[in-house]
Write a protein that binds this ligand. Structure first.
Ligand SMILES: [Zn+2]
Length: 68
């Protein structure tokens, strides 16, 4: 990617592949070398390396407002 993706806590993202539970929207709950995501359908939490997160995101459904 040409520019680093802007990610903030509270962002709601839609992923290219649905979760095992069938949900495809996730809330960003942690930002670092890995991005923490909570599935909005089953509430399970996963950690993805930032590069993998950027590849998997389809779109931002809603932007969060938190700053770190
Ligand atoms: Zn899920």
């Amino acid at each position: 990617m040409a520019e680093p993706m802007q990610i903030v806590i509270g962002d709601i993202v839609q992923m290219r592949k649905p979760h095992a539970c069938g949900g495809d929207t996730w809330r960003v709950v942690r930002i670092g070398a890995e991005i923490g995501l909570r599935c909005q359908t089953c509430q399970r939490k996963v950690l993805l390396p930032r590069s993998e997160f950027e590849r998997r995101v389809r779109r931002f459904v809603q932007r969060g407002t938190a700053t770190i």
